[in-house]
Design a binder for this molecule. Structure first.
Ligand code: MEV
Length: 313
């Protein structure tokens, strides 16, 4: 029996534009999801997802694993149990984390030596089978961990070397539909291709500048780029009053920069915050009606739990 654990994610910059071929920056967060896998001698496949009733992503990942060319497993009986430290409500990427963790768990259990790239490709294909759209940034975060400069489909997966990210995360309490927001932006692009195209170009420019400053550790400048990114997201119509309230509270209490994270409409906002302002910003976001999530960025990617424990000791 083996247990693997995969991290959640937060989009730092570049959401929506990434679906149109532009880069984004994503970080893995230390809210994790585990998958425990064991052989079943009766040849059956059983899936227990606990309180989470949606088994589609686990089922799709299992199907992809067993359909992979070159894998010949005679006795396919397996039991899979998934447990998550976070709910699918907050936009931390439970679907991507469970897809990645399932592929990784099966590869270890059946002794198939997959590279990180293999895990990414297979989990991404499984996710596309279920939801039909997505750049895969969340799958990359769950697979590789850390902070990544990413281009859709994994055309580029560039891990960024950094120590820690001074991030504060506020949850709006509102569940957003990524699919609805992605379609909303697509419609906007259809009606006004030039304007929306220019917005995407501008966001891509900010992502590239932010990447350089992240590597330099200049979080104040990254914060400024996040602010500009938020203005473009507002123009795209994906922000909300609640997000704006929390973002405004972060600014007024001394954050270097703040924006929504993900598709928009709800879910989470993020702020980059000087260490001495952290407590004040947390209090301001809370007073504005947000729930500050106790998460750290730049978490480790998917791995066997025993290996993860060793790495953190
Ligand atoms: C959603 O969290 C981010 C989007 O860019 C979708 C995606 O990249 O898959 C809107």
């Amino acid at each position: 029996m083996i247990t693997v654990s995969a991290p959640g994610k937060l989009m730092i910059m570049g959401e929506h534009a990434v679906l149109y071929g532009h880069p984004c920056i994503v970080t893995a967060v230390d809210e994790r999801l585990t998958v425990t896998a064991d052989h079943l001698s009766d040849g059956h496949i059983t899936v227990d997802t606990g309180k989470e009733t949606d088994t589609r992503f686990v089922d799709a990942a299992i199907a992809k694993f067993f359909a992979t060319k070159g894998i010949h497993i005679k006795d396919r009986g397996v039991s899979l149990t998934t447990r998550s430290a976070f709910t699918s409500q907050i936009g931390f990427g439970s679907s991507s984390a469970v897809s990645v963790a399932t592929i990784k768990a099966l590869s270890i259990l059946f002794g198939v030596p997959f590279s990180q790239r293999d895990v990414f490709d297979m989990a991404y294909a499984a996710m596309l089978d279920v939801q039909g759209l997505g750049s895969g940034f969340d799958v990359a975060a769950a697979t590789y961990g850390g902070t990544i400069y990413f281009v859709a489909g994994g055309k580029m997966i560039e891990p960024l070397a950094l120590d820690a990210m001074p991030l504060v995360v506020g949850y709006t309490g509102v569940k957003a539909s990524t699919t609805a927001l992605v379609h909303q932006v697509a419609e906007k692009k259809e009606h006004n291709p030039e304007k929306v195209g220019r917005i995407f170009q501008a966001i891509a420019g900010l992502v590239d500048k932010a990447k350089v400053q992240i590597l330099e550790g200049d979080w104040e400048r990254v914060g400024k780029f996040m602010d500009f990114n938020q203005e473009y997201l507002r123009d795209l119509g994906v922000s909300s009053q609640k997000l704006e309230d929390l973002i405004g509270a972060a600014h007024e209490s001394g954050a270097w920069g703040a924006k929504l994270s993900g598709a928009g409409g709800g879910d989470c906002m993020i702020a980059l915050v000087p260490p001495e302002k952290r407590e004040v910003v947390i209090a301001a976001i809370t007073a504005a009606g947000g729930q500050v999530m106790p998460v750290h960025a730049h978490a480790e990617g998917v791995n066997e739990v025993s290996v993860l424990r060793k790495n953190t000791l």
